[in-house]
Write a protein that binds this ligand. Structure first.
Ligand code: CUA
Length: 323
């Protein structure tokens, strides 16, 4: 896109041009048919105006060819748009492996962002160029929406659950971050920026200024302080299931169903322990609703994730099953 003419934001992520191609296709189809209809209406209006000397006998009442055409062409077009959109939607929904994780907490009226190494930001997100970034997002109050036009990504940020987004920046620079869901008086001021840096600069930025501790370290401290470890013992002899190696695996529930232990499941188990009980355990865990903010929950999740990564965990992780 030319810089001077800002009809469209810059294309600054890997998916931006794909989104634009679909968008331009929709515009082209719309313009083509709108023009066609206007031209035909004008043509017939003039040709069959009152007093014009034209043949008005034998008006066409039925034409199978015409009916097939005006059913067939829209069908093909709609299917092309559906398939194209579905492929793109799937690509936008699936971050793939090895993405860098960043947590986003929206609140009236600011964005709080947290890097895995512990660095926190408000209304600013620094990311490296050419690396996949996965955002896990939640809200402390009302619905917000995380929107970076230059990346062509937008998703609602909801209280009480996680939504995710991913992107891979392809351009250095600073890009707008907006809240795209009306969230109260300060909605229009709930803006920020995304700064894309070279990987080297990003590392430098990450290590500079302050001695933040990694999320999982804060999480481990919280885990001890809340005495989670008294029941969730690593040796699997506690009153609660051992959490070593549990993240990302399939958990069998008391109800007979199974569930993949992802961020949302762990979050729910902390706040509503009885909702999805692990098979073989009693409903003895108290709820931690009201005792933990969103940031505390994120720290605990980071800690439990880090347990999954430890190679010496007693139980070998089982791959998640699809169901
Ligand atoms: Cu937050 Cu609008």
């Amino acid at each position: 896109m030319p810089q001077g003419l800002q009809l469209f934001p810059q294309q600054a992520s890997t998916i931006a041009k794909h989104v634009d191609w679909l968008y331009f296709f929709l515009i082209a189809v719309t313009i083509f048919f709108a023009t066609l209809v206007c031209v035909l209406v004008t043509f017939f209006m003039i040709r069959y105006r009152r007093g014009a000397k034209v043949d008005r006998s034998n008006p066409v009442n039925h034409s199978t060819t015409l009916e097939l055409l005006w059913t067939g062409i829209p069908l093909v077009l709609a299917m092309v748009i559906f398939a194209w959109g579905a492929v793109l939607f799937y690509a936008i929904q699936t971050p793939g492996q090895g993405a860098m994780e960043i947590y986003v907490v929206g609140k009236q009226w600011m964005w709080k962002l947290q890097h895995p190494a512990g660095k926190k930001e408000i209304n600013e997100l620094h990311v490296p160029l050419g690396k996949r970034v996965r955002l896990t997002m939640t809200s402390e109050d009302v619905i917000h929406s995380f929107y970076v036009p230059a990346f062509r990504i937008k998703k609602d940020v909801l209280p009480g659950r996680y939504t995710t987004l991913w992107f891979e920046a392809t351009k250095l620079g600073t890009f707008h971050l907006f809240c795209a869901e009306y969230c109260g008086l300060g909605h229009s001021r709930m803006i920020g920026r995304v700064v894309v840096m070279t990987p080297g600069d990003y590392e430098k930025w990450l290590s500079g200024g302050g001695n933040e501790e990694p999320l999982e370290v804060s999480g481990e401290r919280l885990f001890q302080r809340l005495a989670c470890a008294t029941c969730h013992r690593e040796d699997s002899k506690g009153r609660g299931p051992s959490l070593a190696g549990v993240f990302g695996t399939s958990v069998r529930l008391k109800s007979g169903a199974s569930v993949v232990a992802d961020e949302s499941y762990i979050r729910e188990s902390i706040l509503e322990p009885q909702a999805k009980l692990t098979a073989g355990f009693d409903p003895v865990m108290p709820t931690f609703t009201g005792q933990l903010g969103e940031e505390g929950i994120i720290q605990l999740i980071a800690y439990i994730k880090s347990l999954a990564r430890k190679p010496d965990s007693s139980a070998p992780p089982t791959p998640p099953t699809s169901h």
